[in-house]
Design a protein around this ligand. Structure first.
Ligand SMILES: C[S@@+](CC[C@H](N)C(=O)[O-])C[C@H]1O[C@@H](n2cnc3c(N)ncnc32)[C@H](O)[C@@H]1O
Length: 761
């Protein structure tokens, strides 16, 4: 089976290859420009996805604007507090909102969502834009989403991870993960109280650019147990562990690319493009992804298969074909008692297969059986190809469909609870199943050679590491020195050949005795709990050059037993320390700061007196000026402490409360850089502005002074001299937008593409 062709649609699948402009298909004669599509109606009426009497309600619901829904991100210590703010501050203010003579309800909680942590806003966008209470609420939503306390997500899309039933020790795989909303839910489940999880999540997507969306998205919910990979999920490689063991997953989510007709309420273009061929052509890829997932699942493990398509050819047909490919080894789990308030429809045990040949009227042709279809091909009545492929036999209901418990699958219909459409099936592997499944397609699917080269050039970290370190051939035998320590011992010698088409930076672990690690331990008074042997860098030689990531032991085991290019690892762990470029570098004992992303990971290991307390007075000054002199702060404990502190990074806890014209509902941890005479809040300017708006109701941040070329003298660079000959220290992050903002314990990242998907209301 080939990859879907044509442009990608909202669900990452192939879109209708025949475009609206394809005159030969007489498109406009077939498809209305309004929200209707005769082929869609004919197809789904025939499928009996609901009783006939409900058809009009179904269509009517599909034509309505989809309500905005969002989750309070579950693993935050402050989730309840955020939920209470919505419930007790905003909702009461949104009673009795009237617009153009009509009353609109305030946001309501989704009854089926655990802990009532998910919300729905029914008011249409224009009401939100034009009425003060909703406008205020929107500002709150945008701010909290930016900092990662809320996550905008379609209600039905929240469902699959809930049925995955993830526990903190689980080894999980999210096969088609981008942009990452379900990935975030799995991370939350792995880290329920933001404790260091022993579990693993590999978040994978075949689209390289989208893996970077994943990296940004998961930056809001950093996890030491996270790896992001870039693979065709149907070819996902086997992963080696210590002692030659092979990794098997406790939980796998296969949220596969699909035709996406369940998203008709928000992707209106689907009304014009829908065709039965879309679902038919995706079936085989979906099946291969599901079968690959089945092979990698631990006996007794759970696998959730989901699509946002109503189409049985992408849903029940895939499930039954996969079950029949492994008779007796998997069963569909009866989850009718889980999430009892969630209305769902049972899966179908029989369905129809329709073909839409590329002829003028795009008439649907039904084929009762595969044999009938073959006969039609033979007689020349049907082209041998639907999208050039021919329909696979597995599209038709198998003879044993009635025995597979397909009714345990769930179809979410829009008119049941005012949502989009979705299909979810929970599968479990029998506990007695052999780990090495004899029908495993592993051998045939693990070769990275099959993957086209599509990687970007190496990043600056790699280049820098290559410049700073000996060439790989010689480094293996080089004697370790202070500055280029040997990589930590690996359990086995890596014999795998590198896939040179994959050009992300390598990963290696820093020696726990490295001088830079010692400087971190000294600066942050890191306790014995600090996982100093789990510090990873993005170069081959264990050199902490710019960024240090923290991983957990299972991630380390994977990285040390598998060539990173074979696994196509885009990122791993949490960015915990970033080197601070500074004009005063030589005088600074510890040249590392904690980026806001990683602050929560470092926090539990910090010794007494490391975390400094501050108020909104200090925050105001730090936001107003990029490098406020210590002098400029009000007299008090903060100023006294700051005057005495060594240069370097401080972790500051800004206490909750109302002060200085601002309000902070929850405490917030942020990194502050202490220079000789001045301070600097170490978040990027965009995040400063967001924080300012959120806390002080206005953007109080002055524009940053021009960045100084550190190779030039201040006077050459035209730099402002701050005080007593001290030059302003330009906080050099790894690119604007990279620094996160750890508010209420979590982080946010800027990413234009994610923003597009996440624009609230
Ligand atoms: C429905 S979206 C996934 C949505 C995601 N699970 C979420 O909740 O944010 C499908 C994703 O599958 C990816 N995809 C398409 N074909 C794939 C393949 N063969 N292997 C892995 N991912 C694939 C697309 O790039 C797209 O990001």
């Amino acid at each position: 089976m080939g990859k879907p062709r044509g442009k990608k649609n909202a669900r990452g699948g192939a879109s209708q290859p025949r475009s609206r402009d394809d005159k030969s298909n007489d498109w406009n004669a077939f498809v209305g420009t309004d929200k209707s599509n005769a082929g869609f109606e004919e197809y789904y009426k025939a499928q009996n996805i609901m009783p006939e009497g409900e058809w009009e309600a179904f269509l009517e619901s599909l034509r309505k604007e989809l309500p905005v829904t969002f989750r309070v991100t579950g693993s935050r210590a402050h989730a309840e507090t955020i939920n209470d703010i919505i419930k007790n501050t905003y909702v009461p203010n949104m009673q009795n909102v009237e617009f153009e003579g009509k009353k609109y309800d305030p946001p309501s909680q989704l009854s089926w969502y655990p802990g009532s942590l998910a919300w729905q806003v029914d008011a249409p966008k224009r009401v939100v834009r034009k009425t003060e209470p909703f406008k205020n609420f929107q500002r709150f939503l945008v701010g909290e989403t930016e900092v990662g306390n809320l996550s905008r997500q379609e209600a039905v899309s929240m469902i699959p991870p809930l049925f995955l039933d993830v526990e903190p020790h689980h080894l999980c795989l999210d096969m088609c993960a981008a942009p990452g909303s379900k990935t975030a839910q799995i991370i939350e489940a792995l880290n329920p109280h933001h404790t260091a999880s022993t579990g693993l999540l590999i978040a994978n997507d075949s689209d390289y650019k989208r893996t970077h969306m994943l990296v940004h998205q998961t930056g809001r919910m950093p996890s030491r147990g996270l790896i992001v990979t870039n693979f065709d999920a149907s070819l996902f490689p086997s992963i080696k562990l210590n002692g030659g063991k092979q990794l098997q997953f406790d939980r796998i989510l296969a949220d596969v690319p699909c035709s996406g007709d369940g998203t008709l309420r928000k992707n209106l273009e689907i009304w014009g493009k829908w065709g039965a061929a879309d679902g038919n052509s995706l079936h085989s890829l979906q099946l291969r992804i599901l079968e690959r997932a089945m092979n990698m699942l631990k006996p007794g493990g759970r696998l959730v298969y989901s699509t946002c398509s109503f189409n049985p050819s992408e849903d029940e047909a895939v499930i039954s074909a996969a079950l029949n490919a492994k008779p007796g080894r998997f069963h569909i789990v009866d989850v009718s008692s889980e999430l009892p308030e969630l209305k769902r429809r049972p899966g179908l045990s029989t369905w129809k297969v329709g073909s839409q040949p590329a002829v003028k009227d795009r008439q649907l042709v039904w084929y009762e059986t595969f044999e009938q279809y073959k006969e039609a091909i033979k007689n020349g009545e049907e082209k041998a190809n639907d999208r050039g492929k021919g329909l696979p036999k597995t599209l038709w209901p198998p003879a044993n469909a009635g025995e597979l418990n397909l009714e345990r699958c769930m179809r979410l219909l829009p008119h049941d609870q005012n949502t989009g459409g979705f299909f979810v099936c929970v599968l479990e592997k029998s506990a007695g199943t052999s780990a090495n499944d004899p029908t495993s397609i592993e051998e045939a699917t693990t070769s990275t050679l099959k993957r086209p080269a599509s990687s970007p050039p190496p990043s600056s970290e790699t280049k820098r590491a290559r410049e700073a370190s000996p060439a790989p051939e010689t480094s293996a035998t080089a004697t370790p020195t202070e500055t280029t320590p040997a990589p930590t011992a690996k359990p086995e010698d890596k014999k795998e050949k590198r896939d040179l088409t994959f050009r992300e930076d390598p990963l290696s672990y820093v020696s726990p005795d490295h001088e830079e690690v010692k400087s971190l331990i000294e600066r942050f008074k890191l306790k014995d709990t600090f996982p100093r042997d789990n510090l990873m860098v993005r170069n081959d030689y264990g050199d902490p050059l710019r960024t240090i990531y923290m991983t957990n032991p299972i991630v380390k085991e994977i990285i040390q037993n598998n060539d990173y290019t074979r696994l196509r690892i885009v990122s791993a762990g949490v960015k915990c320390f970033a080197r601070q470029d500074s004009s005063q570098r030589t005088e600074i004992r510890c040249k590392w700061r904690t980026p806001a992303d990683g602050i929560l990971e470092v926090l539990p290991h910090c010794g007494e007196g490391v975390v400094l307390s501050a108020t909104l007075n200090e925050l105001r000054t730090l936001l107003e000026d990029h490098y406020p002199p210590v002098e400029s702060f009000k007299e008090g404990q903060w100023k006294t402490i700051m005057t005495e502190r060594d240069m370097g990074c401080e972790i500051v806890k800004f206490e909750a409360g109302s002060l200085a014209g601002g309000e902070l509902p929850l405490p917030m941890y942020l990194p502050v850089w202490k220079a000789k005479m001045s301070l600097s809040l170490m978040i990027d300017k965009r995040e400063k502005s967001i924080l300012s708006l959120r806390t002080f109701g206005e953007d109080i941040c002055k524009p940053p002074p021009p960045q100084r070329d550190l190779n030039k003298k201040p006077e050459e660079a035209g730099e402002e001299i701050k005080a007593e000959g001290e030059t302003a220290e330009v906080p050099v992050t790894e690119g604007e937008g990279e620094a996160g903002l750890a508010l209420v314990g979590e982080v946010a990242k800027g990413d234009a593409e994610i923003k597009q998907e996440q624009v609230l209301l």
